[in-house]
Design a protein around this ligand. Structure first.
Ligand code: ADP
Ligand code: MG
Length: 730
């Protein structure tokens, strides 16, 4: 347990740190290189590699778009080219890099070194490129061990580029892969994401082909992830066992000043943080991750980075790499990056706003309101389809963002509630209102819209880029922003659910317009009729007001919108056939995969919470109570001395009583929680329910008493770094 010295040293260390100087890439004359000159140097680019002949390049592009398999001969060419490239850059090892259900990434390294005819050479064989065999039983598999064989396979994902990571003393080539069990069950995040991308492409393409774009051959999902995080000095971090063990502070008295003045958001970036951000951007550029935006976030000590969007599979991999890079670069600057959704109670938590859209094979963004009436109608229909998808599959979308960490954030400070609603902005809302009421929509300058096909939508939308930061799912001009996703999330999971939901509605929409057109309707008439159908059906999910307000919770209940308040509730959607059927019907998940995800995610929720409880109890028993006893001792001595000379000591007695009461209440709750933990038995679901409904609220009561004690006892008796120090000293 930390002592007063630990805390004081941390303060001194953090204030006196010398800013790290970073090596900026220089050209031959010693001038700083432009970013475009070193961008992607650690990324293996099939398109520009001179060791890959045109036929192979063509096949790879075809395979990437069609999901077919690459021929072994051509894979061999790639294996040789990438070996040459990576070893020339100093890589000694390669690994299959994948995203198991832990939410992080996994890698097992092998050396390029091979002995051939008694001589050492560097080689990556074609079979090593195509497939790996990690032991599946050591990764979360939801008890699948008994039914599946323990063997698991990683297989090369051609659609995401290979890259080199640099350790302190060497480099490794990472090959993005999918991870499946012996019997073909997806044990990872990527496999279902890839399926969802294909499925959405198929359904959306069919739809577009029917309604006036016959030459569209494919639709890509595009995502851009805005990543929020906190930076705190490493000495504070290591002096807070709760941060080390659980990623968040389990207790703490709020600082007098936190974010009330709104002075941090977009404020000047402190030099030490700026140094970190510059090095982070540089590392990301090397990896071909197009970091674009960096700024202070709302809470003190909180920051954001956003790269330029890409196709979903690549962007999802990049986000994993980005999180790892944030952590690694932070350490070089003696910071610890905290990616938890709610590291400090009382101030903003961190999200990962996933900006989502679709782009057709001609490069058109399907959520861009076009310039002519037909495009406008197609755009409105697309918005209506997505709105219907979110309405219809709200519980599944809520499930997709469920985690112990995100439970703290949803519905708390500046975070969207657990109720999934859609914000559309002023213009579309007006149009949808009119559609819902069966009226014609009249534009600002008097032109009718619906009759003529929403003529000036693009123009009108320009003036309506207003933002609603309180919505979990907001339309922001030419894309939707899924704001409820947690900062630590592996985005491939929620995006796979969203894609499946939208694909589900696209399928019905294509069937609908097909029959309308067969019955003699024009494409535009069919689009209008479809839009009306979905707007009327999904009208209740549209909400443009303040999503953070209590009134909304009540209003949403009246509207019949689901409100799954915690992960224990939300994850059950995976086991509920009616709510998850679309995931199997679209082929994005198999039933067995949903079952195993329930087990893995619920168990992870339980384990996270159990670790938190045990850490909290340890802190109370070994730090909070001893500090409180020390103060009682001091007070007791004063009270006794005053009494011995017949002096009143009402102040000391008052404080003593207050402290004593807080301690007694704290201890009673500690005993209850300790007993409750010992009594945790039953199925994963039973344990989840008990934790969410019973134990977790108890732990919050304990945290509140700890905060009260912290605010009573003298600063020099408190051993844990305080919020104000962690958040403000650097
Ligand atoms: P904001 O005002 O919300 O910060 P930005 O334009 O900065 O909006 O975009 C935020 C994120 O959305 C970035 O990662 C950006 O690349 C991404 N984005 C922009 N357009 C699209 C799109 N069509 N599809 C997916 N993501 C997009
Ligand atoms: Mg945004």
């Amino acid at each position: 347990m930390p002592t007063i010295e630990t805390r004081n040293n941390a303060k001194i260390e953090s204030i006196n740190r010398i800013n790290r100087e970073i090596d900026i890439p220089l050209d031959l004359e010693g001038n700083p290189m432009k970013v475009s000159d070193f961008y992607g140097e650690n990324l293996f680019n099939v398109a520009t590699s001179t060791d890959i002949p045109e036929v192979v390049r063509k096949e790879i592009i075809e395979v990437t778009c069609s999901g077919k398999r690459i021929s072994k001969d051509h894979a061999d060419v790639v294996a040789n080219a990438v070996t040459k490239w990576a070893t020339e850059k100093g890589a000694t090892h390669f690994c299959h890099w994948f995203q198991p259900l832990t939410g992080g990434t996994a890698e097992k390294h092998d050396a390029f070194l091979t002995i051939k005819d008694g001589r050492p050479i560097e080689k990556l064989s074609v079979s090593q490129l195509l497939q790996g065999e990690p032991d599946a039983s050591s990764f979360p598999n939801g008890g699948a061990r008994s039914t599946f064989e323990a063997r698991g396979y990683t297989s090369w994902d051609l659609t995401s580029p290979m890259f080199i990571t640099e350790g302190p003393n060497g480099k490794t080539l990472c090959i993005p892969t999918a991870f499946v069990s012996y019997t073909g069950e997806a044990l990872d995040i990527k496999t279902p994401l890839l399926r969802s991308i294909s499925k959405l492409s198929k359904e959306a393409t069919r739809f577009l082909n029917l309604v006036g774009s016959p030459d569209v051959t494919r639709v890509d999902t595009t995502i851009g992830c805005e990543q929020e995080y906190f930076l705190i000095d490493k000495d504070f971090y290591y002096a807070r066992p709760d941060l080390v063990m659980t990623g968040r502070t389990l207790m703490g008295s709020s600082a007098a000043k936190n974010q009330q003045l709104d002075d941090h958001y977009f404020g000047r970036i402190p030099d030490r943080v700026m140094g970190f951000m510059q090095e982070l951007d540089q590392e990301l550029y090397r990896l071909g991750i197009p970091a674009k935006t960096r700024h202070n976030e709302v809470a003190p000590g909180q920051y954001e980075i956003a790269p330029i969007f890409d196709v979903a599979n690549v962007a999802a991999d990049q986000n994993q790499l980005l999180m790892a890079t944030i952590r690694a670069v932070a350490a070089k600057h003696d910071f610890v990056a905290i990616l938890h959704e709610k590291p400090f109670a009382g101030i903003n938590g961190s999200g990962k706003h996933v900006n989502w859209s679709m782009s057709d094979s001609k490069g058109n963004n399907l959520l861009e309101p076009g310039q002519n009436p037909h495009q406008n109608l197609q755009f409105l229909a697309t918005v209506a389809i997505v709105t219907e998808a979110v309405f219809r599959h709200a519980t599944a979308l809520r499930m997709g963002i469920a985690s112990a960490g995100n439970d703290h954030r949803l519905g708390a400070n500046e975070a969207p509630p657990s109720i999934i609603s859609v914000f559309l902005g002023h213009t579309i809302e007006k149009i949808f209102d009119a559609i819902n009421q069966g009226k014609e929509f009249t534009g600002n300058d008097g032109d009718t819209f619906l009759e003529t096909g929403a003529q000036q939508l693009a123009h009108l939308m320009l003036d309506n880029t207003d933002r609603n930061r309180t919505s979990p799912f907001a339309f922001t001009g030419n894309k939707f922003e899924f704001r409820a996703v947690g900062s630590t999330a592996a985005v491939g999971f929620p995006v796979s659910i969203l894609n499946a939901a939208v694909a589900d509605v696209y399928k019905e929409s294509a069937d609908f317009v097909e029959s309308e057109i067969k019955a003699g309707a024009s494409a535009d008439q069919a689009l209008m009729k479809l839009t009306t159908k979905w707007v009327k059906n999904a009208y209740n999910v549209i909400f443009n007001g303040d999503g953070y307000s209590e009134e909304w919770v009540k209003e949403a209940e009246k509207r019949g919108l689901p409100n799954l308040r915690n992960s224990a509730e939300a994850l059950k959607v995976l086991k509920n056939p009616s709510e998850s059927a679309f995931l199997t019907e679209t082929g994005v998940y198999k039933r067995s995969e949903l079952d195993l995800r329930y087990e893995v995610l619920a168990e992870r929720y339980n384990t996270h919470r159990e670790i938190e409880f045990k850490t909290l109890l340890g802190l109370v028993n070994q730090s909070v109570i001893p500090s409180a006893i020390d103060y009682k001792q001091q007070l007791g001595e004063v009270i006794a001395r005053q009494k011995s000379i017949n002096l009143e000591c009402s102040v000391e007695t008052e404080i003593y009583k207050k402290l004593n009461f807080a301690m007694e209440s704290l201890y009673a709750n500690v005993c209850n929680l300790t007993t409750a933990i010992q009594g945790l038995k039953g199925t994963t679901e039973e344990i989840s329910d008990r934790i969410a409904n019973d134990l977790f609220p108890q732990s919050e009561v304990i945290a509140n008493f700890c905060a009260e004690i912290e605010s009573i006892i003298p600063d020099d008796l408190w051993t844990l770094p305080k919020f104000q120090e962690m958040l403000f000293l650097r």
